[in-house]
Design a protein around this ligand. Structure first.
Ligand SMILES: CC(=O)SCCNC(=O)CCNC(=O)[C@H](O)C(C)(C)COP(=O)(O)OP(=O)(O)OC[C@H]1O[C@@H](n2cnc3c(N)ncnc32)[C@H](O)[C@@H]1OP(=O)(O)O
Ligand SMILES: O=C([O-])CC(=O)C(=O)O
Length: 372
């Protein structure tokens, strides 16, 4: 019961996670993650999650076009990004900007499926722009406005770095977005669904999810993984580092998973291959340290890496600053969050579990004047 382990809290047709024949299974709307990773694009996956089926060619084109058209931010949001202190964590910035976007939407309350889809597309489109704009503002660089002719991943890297990415970079980030897009009732999605169950507006639900994702036991782990890779610095130090941490009762970030437990997270399989490919083409250092840590954690604790572990070396080789790692996760996950909020709205019952009371009972009140 602790941590609601194995408790089934709702029905969903968005995502299936299972352990079958000692293998981790992950499907979005019935499609296997490995097949999506090999053949799909983030835009197609976002459509699949929101609408339930793969798009036809014309649906795909108009969905991509709509996303591209909605990338630009209103001037008020750019003003907000300019006024926030540059040291603010970029996930706090993202959360604040979503809230501000909510204040600018006259039709904030849930009205219809169509309105919820509209809001979702707008949020999916704007997440990368918020992240890239804030990064450029805090580092004193000019804003690079979104381009409609680039894909979601290409455009993000273009806005962040100020130059068009190579095909390898764009494809790598696109794959990363696909792998992060959805994961059933993880903590941030559950937070979004709880908010949705009160019929709170879409922005409120996504703010709840964004705040929850930043925690280091959830999406915040990837930034901590990078801190660890920097601290370990060379592969041969990995074993003593891991042993010492475990002896001190500390957790190794990027390891362990509530659902997959003793089987490999299928996303880790894909991310490790991607991390190796980028390491071969760019800097091998982070991948080599990661592999050494993976070996040591398995040897001393029998734990396997989760989705956050190899993401770190992928992001480092894509030139993404450490404190944007969680934001990259959120840019992928927003489509899953929106799909869950809509699913909750459309078959809703307030989520309100009970707590077992373990505190004192029937205490006698002593007026303040009679206390020491
Ligand atoms: C996108 C995501 O959210 S993926 C998860 C990202 N988070 C992290 O990587 C943070 C590190 N990992 C963890 O803290 C955990 O594995 C979690 C939070 C992901 C899952 O936690 P739970 O399901 O509650 O696992 P729980 O805490 O019961 O751990 C079971 C055992 O494994 C150990 N353990 C689990 N994860 C770790 C870890 N990363 N490092 C060291 N020991 C660990 C626990 O100490 C416990 O050991 P014990 O039985 O000897 O006491
Ligand atoms: O499912 C979980 O608990 C965490 C996770 O891997 C994710 O959100 O991608």
């Amino acid at each position: 019961m602790s941590g609601l382990e194995d408790v089934v809290a709702c029905e969903t047709s968005i995502c299936r996670i299972a352990v079958e024949e000692d293998r981790g299974v992950l499907e979005y709307r019935g499609y296997d993650i490995h097949e999506l990773a090999k053949n799909s694009s983030y835009e197609e996956v976002a459509f699949l999650l929101l609408f339930g089926d793969l798009p036809s060619k014309s649906e795909f084109e108009s969905f991509k076009e709509e996303l591209a058209m909605k990338r630009e931010l209103p001037p008020q949001i750019i003003g907000l990004l300019t006024h926030l202190p540059p040291f603010t964590h970029p996930m706090v910035v993202l959360r604040t900007a979503i809230s501000y976007l909510g204040s600018m939407d006259k039709h904030i309350q849930y009205k219809s499926h169509e309105r919820s889809i509209e809001k979702s597309i707008s949020l999916i489109a704007k997440f990368p722009t918020i992240v890239a704009y804030f990064h450029r503002i805090r580092t004193g660089q000019n804003l690079i406005h979104p381009r409609e002719d680039l894909s979601h991943a290409e455009n993000f890297l273009y806005m962040l770095h100020g130059e068009e990415p190579t095909e390898t970079m764009a494809k790598s980030l696109d794959l990363d977005f696909i792998l992060h897009a959805e994961h059933e009732l993880n903590a941030s999605t559950f937070a979004a669904r709880i908010a949705a169950s009160t019929l709170a507006d879409m922005y409120a639900c996504i703010v709840a999810a964004t705040g929850t994702l930043l925690g280091p036991l959830h999406g915040g782990a990837s930034q901590k993984v990078m801190e660890m890779l920097r601290e370990v610095a060379v592969p041969w130090r990995a074993e003593s580092y891991v042993r010492e941490k475990l002896e001190n009762g500390e957790r190794i970030m990027g390891f362990g998973h509530r659902v997959y437990r003793k089987v490999m997270d299928p996303r880790t399989i894909e991310l490790k291959i991607l991390a190796k490919k980028l390491a071969d083409e760019k800097n091998p250092k982070w991948y080599q340290i990661s592999e050494a840590i993976e070996e040591a954690v398995y040897k001393y604790k029998g734990l396997l890496p989760n989705v956050d572990f190899y993401s770190a070396s992928v992001y480092a080789n894509l030139g993404i600053p450490d404190d944007l790692f969680v934001n990259i996760f959120a840019i992928g996950r927003i489509s899953g969050w929106c799909a869950h909020v809509i699913e909750q709205y459309e078959n809703n019952r307030l989520i309100r579990p009970r707590a077992e009371y373990v505190g004192s009972q029937q205490r006698r009140y002593v007026p303040l004047s009679d206390r020491e």
